[in-house]
Design a protein. Sequence first.
Length: 243
Amino acid sequence: MALPNSEVERVLVVVAHPDDADFASSGTVATWVEAGIAVSYCCLTDGDAGGFDPAVPRSEIPRIRQAEQRAAAAEVGVTDVHFLGYPDGRLEVSIALRRDISRVIRQVRPQRVITQSPERNWQRIYASHPDHLLAGEATLRAVYPDARNPFAHPELLADEGLEPWTVAEVWMVAGPAELLNRYVDVTDKLDRKVAALRAHESQTAHMEDLEKFLSTWMGAQAQLAGFEPGRLAEGYHVIDSQG
């Protein structure tokens, strides 16, 4: 179903919060970057409702989490990181959000987009944070029809010179297990994934068993994929978005 990596030059990862991309896909991203694919991140919020230390002023959280996300991205070879600045915990699928995601799609011009599933996962309810569901829905609407339609958000073309762009495929994370149809073996990227997540110090400093948690979770994904025992995987629901 998916394009071969040899036909993919650019990937855009669109998620609700800083650290979402790293929990879901950093092993995959590291693999693709090593293969010569340019990967960009787009965080819809600055994660301003996150963090665990009450001593840190809330006004500092956006700056801290942006810096953490840039550091985490660097751990897997990503240097192009966009922040849209929407309020954490209050995302809505608005025309403005669709326009802003469409803008980044037209800027990056990716063949492949990773985003969060708009389908609620009843087996892993924490994966279905309302912002995650809405990020996925807004991104899918930006992929089709907005980013490819010259008459959608006409100011992007008229005022900013951003030509329409058609995304070939979308890879969705964190949706129901029965929808997963593509798995990436990331066994040899566990250390990179841990390093990326440790860069999100405000979110993961308290997680002493982070590596064990990731190994258990990704081991279960690998089992679903039918990989050999001991392998680790990241799973996706991949759809053709260009036809």
